[in-house]
Design a protein around this ligand. Structure first.
Ligand SMILES: [Zn+2]
Ligand SMILES: [Zn+2]
Length: 325
């Protein structure tokens, strides 16, 4: 192989490695063309999935840790990344906002600005050609996960989140979006080793806590969140005639702590509450009410009166169901 052919390959590998740690690093493109999977850049995502096999080696003691970290981080995604950063359906102090962004970042679903920018675009173009994760347009696997791996969807579109981009601490978390997940993984490793010494009766270790609390929990959490993109526009019932194919599903609501009432949400995206009826289980909303009572968040925006009218809003348009950002 000639030196001339090795050089572009090395450049691509180097820029992909750089982009693992710094999302603003430019990646070289061979040419403009159709969107495709960026294999070099998603090696950590593949490794995370393969890492789940390590449960066969480390044992199963800390399953409760994995479940707890799933619940806490799913709440951070639904309450903060989605209902706060993407839709601004309630308010909080700048300090609380930073803590919310750190908790959301720990979910290994990239930074808060990236997440909110893509989500706002989803609401503006739901199930249209431009919607990057529409199962109607692009099929199940692309809408579920592959869109995350594509060359065109790595960048944070700052022009869609100017209200968030003015905070330097949020921009930093977004740029170095592996920093918080790496800290969480290291913390679990150290905690597990510490417990193995001071409380050997627990039968745990650093490797166990890391594999269950970080690797397995993060993979399940990612796919749980992704069901809203892939399945919440495919399974369930439609109460509202929205311009997209969003649906309400109690199964998805259980998996995602209340996000399964997706048709309600597409109709009233500015409301904090997504489970509009008493039987529409929305634990994210209940916990946000508790945080409101404690003074940590405030001004939770209620659904409008139409949300409780007998007849659905036939003929709703993109203009009145778009992201309330
Ligand atoms: Zn949707
Ligand atoms: Zn939304």
């Amino acid at each position: 192989m000639s030196r001339g052919s090795i050089s572009p390959l090395l450049t691509r590998v180097r820029s992909a490695l750089h982009a693992w740690f710094d999302t603003q690093a430019r990646q070289e493109r061979e040419s403009e063309g159709p969107d495709r999977v960026e294999w070099l850049r998603i090696l950590p995502l593949i490794a995370l999935h393969l890492g789940c096999l390590a449960v066969l080696v480390v044992g199963t003691t800390p399953v409760a840790v994995a479940v707890a970290l799933y619940l806490i981080r799913m709440f951070a995604i639904t309450a903060f990344y989605h209902r706060y950063f993407s839709h601004r359906t309630f308010r909080m102090s700048r300090r609380a906002q930073f803590v919310a962004a750190v908790l959301g970042s720990s979910a290994v679903q990239r930074g808060p600005l990236w997440w909110a920018a893509h989500h706002r675009h989803h609401h503006r173009h739901s199930d249209e050609e431009e919607d990057v994760h529409s199962p109607v347009q692009h099929g199940f696997w692309w809408s579920h996960l592959l869109w995350l791996t594509s060359r065109d969807n790595f960048a944070t579109r700052m022009e869609r989140v100017p209200d968030l981009a003015r905070f330097p601490e949020l921009r930093w978390l977004d740029r170095y979006d592996t920093a918080v997940p790496a800290a969480l993984g290291a913390l679990l490793l150290v905690l597990g080793e510490f417990l193995a010494v001071v409380a050997p009766g627990l039968g745990t270790s650093g490797a166990q806590l890391f594999v269950w609390g970080f690797v397995v929990s993060s993979v399940v959490l990612l796919h749980g969140t992704c069901t809203i993109n892939s399945l919440a526009h495919r399974i369930g019932r439609r109460r509202w005639e929205t311009p997209d194919d969003s649906r309400n599903s109690w199964i998805l609501a259980l998996i995602t702590l209340g996000e399964g009432w997706h048709n309600n949400h597409h109709r009233f995206p500015g409301a904090t509450r997504q489970g509009l009826r008493w039987w529409e289980f929305d634990p994210t909303y209940y916990v946000l009410c508790l945080l409101g009572w404690l003074g940590i968040v405030r001004d939770l925006r209620p659904p409008p009166d139409q949300a409780y009218s007998a007849d659905p809003m036939i003929g709703a348009t993109k203009a009145d169901t778009g992201a309330a950002a």
